[in-house]
Structures are given as C-alpha cells and as structure tokens.
Design a protein around this ligand. Structure first.
Ligand code: FAD
Ligand code: NAD
Length: 469
C-alpha cells in the first residue's frame, strides 16, 4: 500500500486530468486512476479531438473539390481515407501522450485500472495488479457514455455510436443519423463532405435543441443547402442490421396522438446520436452512500462536494452542459476549494460551439429564454454578407446576434452562425464575464478586415446604429 494521498481522482478526462494538475500545483499529493489505457477521456480519445481532426480534413477535401475553382485554382482531388483516419489517430495519440507527460511533470501518480470506492477514503484499483489507495479526498470524474436507443443495438460497424462513426473504413453511400444534436450534425457533416448521402432523423420539430431558434433555423437552411436531408418530428422505433445495409423503422411523433404513416428507411450505416448519460458503473457509489438524481447524475453542492464528506464529483457525471471546457473549469475550482482556496464558476458564460461549417456558437441567454423570463431586451444582428473579410474568404453564410438588456445595455447573450464562430464568441464571453454593455463592445477597436468586425457591428446594431448595414 502506498502513502496516503491528499486526493485520488477517478477518471482521466478533461475534468479529471485538469483537476489533477491543479491539485498538484497547489501542493497536494495526487493520484489519477484511468481504466482506458490512455489519458484524456472521451474528449481526447473518442470525442472533441478525433471529431475536430476529421472535420478539418473533410473541410479541406470539400474546399479543394468545390471552392478552389472559384479562386482560380485548378486541382484534381481524390480521397485517401486511410491516411485521413491515420492522421486523426496520430493527433489523438500525440495529445494523450502529452497529457501523460503533464502528469509526470506535475508529479501526479498515474495508475492504470478501474477505480472503485470501497469506503470513503479508500479507492481500490483493478489493473494489472490490485492496489488499495488511501486518500483524504476523492474526486469522481468518470464522465458519460452514449445513451442507447431501445430497439437499436449498436455494433459499431453498421449501427454505430460517435465512436464507430469516427473510424468508418469506407465512406457509406447512405448514412442515417438519429438525432440532430451536436454529434449528429458534426459527424453527419464529416461523412457528407466525403461523399455520403446523409439523412438526419430528429424527434423534435427543430435541430440543435437548446440553441437560439434563429441559429437552429439558419443552420437547418445552410446544412440543407449543403445536401443534408432532415426528417423532423420523426421517431425511430427500431433498426435491424442485415447484409450490407440497415433497415430503420420510423414514425411521425404525432402518432402518439394517432394518425401518421410509419415508414422504413435503408442505409449502409446508421449513427445513433441521441445524447449521453452519466457513467458510474462499478464505482461503488451505492455502498459508499453517494447520492445520485433520478437520471443517474451525481448530486453535488456548489463546492462539488457530494453528500459524503471527502467525496467530490465534477464534469459530465454531475450533469449540466456536457462540455470539455466546463469539466476542466470544474476540475480547477474543485481542486482549489479542496486546497482551502475559494472559487466559483459562472455557468452563464460557458460557450457552446458546433464545429460544422459554418460553425454555430452561443453564450448566455437565448431569445426564447429571455422571453420566457419576461426580460426586456434589445437585439442587434449583423449578417456576414456585409462583412468584408467574410466576402474575401467566400464565407458569407450566417450572422452575429447580440442580445442586451433594454434598460442597462448589459450583454445577456450572443448567438453566431458563421465562419470561425467558435473563436468569435470568445470576445463576447470575456465581455459578459466583465459585465460589459453592448456599447462597450461597440466602442472597442476591431482590426480590419476581420470577421470580428461583425461582432462590433452587431453590438452597434443593438442600438440601431450599425455602420455597414
Ligand atoms: P470523460 O472525458 O468522459 O472522462 C471520463 C474518464 O473516466 C474516461 O476516460 C473513463 O474511461 C474513465 N473512467 C470511468 N469510470 C472509471 C473507473 N471506475 N475507473 C477508472 N477510470 C474510469 N465537448 C466540447 O467541449 N467540445 C467538443 O468539441 C466536443 N466534442 C465531442 C465529440 C464527441 C463525439 C463526443 C462523444 C463528445 C464531445 N464533447 C465535446 C464532450 C466532451 O467529450 C465531454 O464533455 C468531456 O469529455 C467530459 O469530460 P469528463 O472529464 O467529465 O469525462
Ligand atoms: P444532443 O443532446 O446534443 O442531441 C441529441 C438529439 O437527439 C436531440 O436533438 C434529441 O431531440 C434527439 N433525439 C433524442 N431521442 C431521439 C429519438 N428517439 N429519435 C430521434 N431523435 C432523438 O446529444 P449528442 O449530439 O448525442 O451529443 C451528446 C453530448 O456531447 C452533448 O451534450 C454535447 O454537449 C456533447 N458534444 C459537444 C460537442 C461540441 O461541443 N462541439 C460535440 C459533440 C458532442
């Protein structure tokens, strides 16, 4: 048995490994337990990173095929999928090894195996050998897993989750995506760009639930123009994998009220992307007495403390936005609180980004949320067609919309569809974090010609005085 630790972290994803680094920086004797065989969690291994590597590669492929000619570049382009997937794998392994290096650098003990809490203060790790770790504190950062769909069993070959969809060895002729959320649209975009006919089946009557409705509408129009087909208000009731194809049964959601025709759809590959659920298998939570809510998320207070003293939880496993940067920030704050410091997270300023092209990005309240809360607000909107840099780049789809309080002018939200939306939103995140007004953003000098001038113009538009519109 080792010397007792100050903290043992179970799960080496963005929540867990960032908490480990911060705890070690603060002088805590720290260990991290990860069963996957690589650090970085869902995000680095089968999530954010491989998906963004493929989005970038497939974007290059489509640009070369469809857009070079307009720039006066003649190119003949063919796809080498094996190399594309190999590059993605190398990006992943370089980054996961980088995290392992960071553990060494910060003197965090990295223990490979499945961690189980046998009692508060004790974690048993089942790896190559069984180890018992004694510790003052435990942080649970075990993340999430794919939500299964009844009647649809995932084989990761023909019926795949995001993990299988990141590693298809052949471009499917037809791909059906179940769920028009972030994963469905990002990975649907990858395979459409590489040549698949993509149909997205969505339960709701709109795509990207939770985002501002105007963003959802604009993204729907743009993706349709790119060739993605949508079947909205449609429920998948089953899927059967046969030789070479999958048969899917679906029906209109209105069937609950009667009427509507059932239909059968066929595809080479079906991607199930209907959300993720907390992962706590074999953790020993019941025995340790750790409370969970009715959806299986671990309950914590504002200091990430569970109901059991000395056991904390962060990241996807506690719910809220299932985002890597949210998990990371929770990891930092949790470690700081554990070390006797104070800290908090402003959940109103966590950005959400969809890495399609154009990208969609959002921070703060949507118009729908402001209306529901009865907040008087003004809206300033600026289209990328009127932004000179977007014109130079040939990326004019989309807009920036800034929502500000009618009385105080405080920025309440920002919603962007457009080129580099994920980076553009960060300016508004900073503004909101510093309690800025739309006028503040409007008065800041923005470099010309820049996409960020669209943010400034939207801020001006909130006061009815955009210059270039
Ligand atoms: P995880 O990253 O899930 O890590 C948990 C780790 O704990 C896992 O490695 C698991 O093996 C380990 N573990 C579980 N139980 C045990 C145990 N008992 N013992 C030892 N180890 C254990 N988010 C973004 O912000 N941006 C994106 O672009 C983005 N893209 C995504 C794309 C896809 C396809 C997917 C699936 C997700 C994406 N996400 C993205 C979400 C992001 O991956 C998660 O929000 C993030 O990984 C959560 O971090 P975490 O540390 O809470 O958990
Ligand atoms: P999601 O919650 O974003 O979307 C799931 C979609 O599936 C919803 O639109 C939902 O209405 C629909 N759906 C649910 N049941 C259905 C059914 N039976 N038939 C048809 N449609 C159905 O979930 P996701 O896309 O699986 O992503 C999971 C998580 O991963 C998200 O929380 C997201 O935050 C995270 N993620 C983030 C990024 C990013 O930040 N760029 C990228 C990928 C994933």
């Amino acid at each position: 048995m080792s010397e007792p630790y100050d903290v043992v972290i179970i799960g080496g994803g963005p929540g867990g490994y960032v908490a480990a680094i911060r705890a070690a920086q603060l002088g805590l004797k720290t260990a991290i337990v990860e069963k996957r065989g690589a650090l970085g969690g869902t995000c680095l291994n089968v999530g954010c990173i491989p998906s963004k590597a493929l989005l970038q590669s497939s974007h290059h492929f489509e640009t070369a095929n469809e857009e070079f000619a307009a720039h006066g570049i003649k190119a003949s382009v063919t796809l080498d999928l094996k190399t594309m997937l190999g590059r993605k794998d190398k990006v992943v392994s370089d980054l996961t090894q980088g995290v392992e290096f960071l553990m060494k650098k910060n003197k965090v003990d990295y223990i490979v195996g499945e961690g189980q809490i046998t009692e508060p203060g004790t974690v048993v790790v089942k790896g190559k050998k069984k180890q018992t770790l004694k510790t003052a504190n435990i942080i649970i950062a075990t993340g999430s897993e794919v939500t299964p769909l009844p009647g649809v069993s995932i084989d990761e070959k023909q019926i795949v989750s995001s993990t299988g969809a990141l590693d298809l060895k052949k471009v499917p002729k037809n791909l059906i995506v179940i769920g028009a959320g972030v994963i469905g649209l990002e990975l649907g975009s990858v395979w459409r760009r590489l040549g698949s006919k993509v149909t997205v089946v969505e339960f709701l009557d709109h795509i990207l639930p939770g985002m501002d409705k105007e963003v959802s509408k604009q993204m729907g129009r743009t993706l349709k123009k790119q060739g993605v087909q949508f079947k909205l208000s449609t429920k998948v009731t089953g899927a059967k994998a046969g030789k070479g194809s999958v048969t899917l049964t679906a029906e209109p959601v209105s069937n609950a009220q009667g009427g509507g025709k059932k239909e059968t759809l066929k595809a080479d590959v079906v991607l199930v992307a209907i959300g993720r659920r907390p992962y706590t298998e074999n953790l020993g939570l019941k025995k340790a007495g750790v409370e969970m809510d009715d959806r299986g998320f671990i309950k914590v207070d504002e200091d990430f403390q569970t109901n059991v003293e000395g056991i904390f939880a962060i990241g996807d496993v506690i719910g809220g936005a299932m985002l890597a940067h949210k998990a990371e920030d929770e990891g930092v704050v949790c470690a700081e609180i554990m070390a006797g410091q104070s800290g908090h997270i402003n959940y109103d300023t966590i950005p959400g980004i969809v890495y399609t092209w154009p990208e969609a990005a959002s921070v703060g309240k949507t118009e729908e949320q402001l209306k529901e809360a009865g907040v008087e607000y003004k809206s300033g909107k600026f289209p990328f067609t009127a932004n000179s840099r977007a014109r130079c780049n040939g990326d004019t789809d989309g807009f920036v919309k800034i929502l500000a309080d009618s009385a105080t002018d405080a920025v309440l939200g920002c919603h962007i569809v457009g080129p580099e939306a994920g980076d553009l939103i960060q300016e508004v995140v900073v503004a909101m974090e510093l309690s800025a007004s739309a006028e503040d953003i409007a008065r800041i000098c923005h470099g010309h010609p820049g996409l960020s001038e669209a943010v400034k113009e939207a801020a001006l538009a909130a006061d009815g005085r955009a210059i270039h519109m």
